[in-house]
Design a protein around this ligand. Structure first.
Ligand code: FRU
Length: 581
């Protein structure tokens, strides 16, 4: 009781200070007025305006998330979490007002602040700085923003979602936060490309609804109209992440530009906590759809005639591979084996944590699949990794890639530090596109990973030294050391050991490594035989190394204080090409 009383009097004292300060800040210009309510709540009155396009909210990247309710004509329209600025404004995020025009918009915010070590109620600087505006400046402000990797124009990105190819266009959706550069408020945002190199932003495709945020999932083109939304409709299956995780469907009849959530959602539910990331594909062998779903520590496989009604067929994985984390973002597809007439199936399983160097990574299994059950060829204890760097996660493939290609893109980060990477206007990039194959070594099948052919087309003129966007082709005679450095003494050292048959990348002195203890590291990969040539793709904040046969792929982020502009090779010769943009 004594304790409750003292807490109450502390709250009263704080709100007195707050009330005084808030009064002084109550006038926010003509159109937005923030009023302080009890219990750390605020009410913003947004006067409807004919002209203003955006409500701009001031964000402090590392402030706690405030919970905002967007109330339109007295009805709750949307819940969003925004890190409202307390002490300094790192950037603004826009709330698009188009859909509210002519209506009465109010925003109720609960600040969610631990007041014991913060200023009094009302001392937050956000309240005096909320603005209405006709413009939102999307010009790049980040020196680490890659020049030829996909990034969101602003805000946070994680997993690639719903990737498909149709009529010459590659579609990439992705996990996206429109209201900040840290994870939250999951939407699908959409980008398109005709060359896998330059991307056009197509805006938000799916936003949270009553069933929850829009977590990862996949898209297919329903040419046969099995779902009844029209031949050629683009169907998205995604996880609705609310109080529980369930699977929902949305369809697009304009080629993936806009989606309508299906009225019968959710279409797949279960009594488990981690139940997500549906990946579906047409399977000629059973003349029906298959779906693979990550459920805790295993994968569940389903079939369906119509993309809406799913029957569980089997489960895979409880005793297979790495289980040091949650299984996420699955994929399942056939691949031809190099130098053989065989086809095998690859089951992709992204896992976090549990990666070979800590945190997130992509493991896979090779075996057979008959539309009902996946049977792994390897012994249960065998673990195979698709990429041996630290920044390669949530890898899934495009539906419908041309010429039977199996093209994948990864999220180029790691949950250990993704939210702390030293950018603010946007956060995270994707890997370059890669094409997968299969090869054999020592009685096992392995996935080969090669830069997609589009990366050869992107090769520009030969230059004498590395630039901030270049490809190094390194011809090797045996063991070799490749040192990429700048004039500040920052460097990345790559080593090929011809005896041990390993390739490694040391980024401990690569530049800014201070934002996470988990960031500085050396990653090491087996090379499955001799390496004769390496292709190393350098962009402003990433290095992706591949051997010419696709037996090694290694993806690591780097944050040098100036671009690396020299390369020294001991035991080989480097040719540097610019990347055409
Ligand atoms: C993987 C993941 C998915 C989930 C999504 C949420 O990075 O955790 O399992 O759907 O991110 O953003």
């Amino acid at each position: 009781m004594k304790h409750i009383l003292s807490v109450l009097s502390l709250v009263a004292a704080l709100s007195l200070v707050g009330a005084a300060e808030a009064k002084a800040q109550n006038v926010q210009g003509k159109a937005v007025r923030a009023e302080q309510l009890a219990n750390d709540n605020w009410l913003m009155h947004v006067t409807p305006q004919e002209t203003a396009k955006y409500l701009l909210l001031p964000v402090e990247d590392k402030a706690p998330e405030a919970h905002l309710k967007l109330i339109v004509d007295g009805q709750l329209r949307r819940n969003i979490d925004v890190r409202m600025a307390l002490h300094k404004i790192d950037y603004y995020v826009p709330v698009l007002l188009d859909e509210f025009r002519g209506h009465h918009l109010m925003v109720q915010a609960h600040m969610n602040i631990d007041r014991s070590n913060r200023g009094g109620v009302g001392s937050e600087i956000c309240w005096a700085n909320i603005r209405l505006s006709d413009t939102f400046d999307q010009t790049n402000r980040e020196r680490f923003r890659p020049l030829y990797h996909h990034t969101p124009v602003y805000g946070w990105m994680n997993d690639p979602n719903g990737m498909f190819y149709k009529d010459g266009t590659w579609h990439l959706f992705y996990q996206y936060n429109p209201y900040g550069s840290m994870w939250g408020n999951m939407n699908w945002r959409h980008s398109t490309s005709r060359d896998l190199l330059t991307w056009q932003d197509q805006g938000v495709a799916l936003a949270p609804d009553a069933f929850g945020a829009i977590f990862s999932g996949s898209c297919v083109v329903d040419e046969r109209n099995t779902a009844g939304f029209g031949a050629g409709a683009v169907i998205a299956l995604y996880t609705s992440a609310g109080d529980v995780q369930s699977q929902s469907l949305a369809y697009s009849t304009d080629g993936g530009r806009t989606f309508t959530p299906y009225a019968g959602n959710p279409i797949l539910t279960a009594d488990v906590i981690d139940f997500r990331d549906p990946n579906m594909f047409w399977n000629d062998d059973i003349n029906a759809w298959n779906l693979i779903l990550a459920v805790g520590q295993e994968m569940r496989i389903y079939s369906s005639p119509n993309l809406k009604d799913w029957k569980e067929e089997s489960r895979f994985g409880l005793s297979y591979g790495n289980h040091d984390g949650v299984w996420e973002c699955p994929d399942l597809f056939p691949l031809a084996v190099d130098k053989s007439s065989k086809t095998k199936w690859v089951l992709v399983c992204n896992i976090n944590p549990g990666g070979p160097f800590g945190g997130s990574a992509t493991q896979y299994f090779v075996g057979d699949f008959d539309g009902h059950k996946f049977t792994c060829d390897s012994a249960p204890q065998v673990t195979k990794w698709m990429d041996w760097g630290k920044d390669h996660y949530a890898t899934v493939s495009f539906w419908g890639a041309p010429q039977n290609r199996r093209t994948v893109i990864a999220w180029m980060s790691n949950w250990q530090y993704a939210n702390d990477a030293p950018t603010m206007q946007y956060r995270s990039a994707n890997s370059i596109a890669r094409d997968l194959g299969l090869f054999q070594d020592g009685g096992e099948y392995y996935v080969s990973v090669k830069p997609s052919p589009e990366m050869l087309a992107a090769r520009g003129k030969k230059v004498s030294r590395p630039t901030e966007a270049c490809e190094l082709v390194v011809d090797l005679k045996g063991s070799a050391t490749i040192t990429l450095a700048n004039t500040k003494g920052e460097q990345v050292v790559m080593t090929y050991d011809d005896d041990a048959r390993t390739f490694s990348m040391d980024r401990t002195a690569s530049g800014d490594v201070s934002f996470s203890e988990a960031f500085p590291c050396t990653t090491v990969a087996p090379t499955h035989g001799r390496i004769k040539q390496l292709r190393i793709f350098v962009d402003r904040c990433s290095i992706e190394a591949f051997d010419a046969n696709g037996h090694v792929a290694m993806t690591n982020l780097v944050f040098p204080s100036e671009p690396y502009n020299s390369v020294k090779v001991k035991g080989g010769k480097a040719t540097v090409y610019e990347i055409k943009k």
